[in-house]
Design a protein around this ligand. Structure first.
Ligand code: DGI
Ligand code: FE
Ligand code: FE
Ligand code: FE
Length: 188
């Protein structure tokens, strides 16, 4: 297994400095959310650090993996935004030899979520959305809501994401819609 320093170097080698700095902030934010929510802080930190590991790979790399690993063939129509989590997890296994499914699933789901998510998955999903450099309209509200309730944060984010995709006329991956449907009704 790689040390934390080695993992940082592996991530840095795959990304622009800007994207790497985002990963470090997601790591820190994931650790804080883990501490606040009774989740393993080290596990959350590693998942946060790795979440965008594959973000800057070529489309051809993702398309090849979707075909050769028997992944949902519909993925091919949705682009880097959806691929870098689901398919990125395959590259984390292959290249970093990390097989911890809790970490891999947090990476897989970090963009589109899922109807049912572990706390760790919710944490990485939220840390990516509210890390300190995020500055979209609504981010302060998202931070407040997430501090009160991780689940309420998930609902806030998926509403925001669906709204954004529809505004922009982007195709919505069915799982994104399933996440939305599950979380809008779910929380007190
Ligand atoms: O990787 P980051 O930029 O840190 O953030 P992210 O992984 O949360 O989101 C990546 C992009 O994915 C974001 O611009 C929105 C997009 N996305 C999320 N759900 C869907 C989607 N794009 C499409 N086409 N369909 C989706 O369902
Ligand atoms: Fe991402
Ligand atoms: Fe996200
Ligand atoms: Fe990210």
């Amino acid at each position: 297994p790689y040390t934390h320093e080695e993992l940082m170097a592996k991530v840095a080698a795959q990304l622009t400095d800007k994207r790497y700095q985002h990963c470090l902030r997601v790591e820190t934010t994931s650790r804080a959310l883990a501490k606040a929510n009774g989740v393993d802080v080290e596990l959350a930190g590693i998942a946060g650090l790795l979440h965008d590991y594959a973000k800057q790979r070529d489309d051809a790399t993702f398309i090849d993996l979707i075909k050769t690993r028997g992944m949902d063939p519909n993925l091919v129509s949705y682009g880097n935004g959806v691929w870098h989590g689901y398919v990125g997890a395959e590259l984390i296994k292959d290249e970093l030899h990390i097989y911890n499914e809790a970490i891999l699933n947090a990476v897989r789901l970090h963009t589109v979520g899922a109807p049912v998510m572990t706390k760790l998955e919710q944490i990485v999903f939220m840390a990516d959305f509210i890390e300190p450099a995020r500055d979209f309209p609504g981010v302060d509200e998202a931070r407040k809501v997430t501090e009160k309730s991780l689940a309420a944060g998930v609902r806030y984010q998926i509403q925001h994401t669906l709204d954004y995709l529809v505004q922009k006329g982007a195709p919505v991956y069915p799982q994104t819609l399933a996440t939305y449907n599950a979380w809008v009704g779910k929380i007190p």
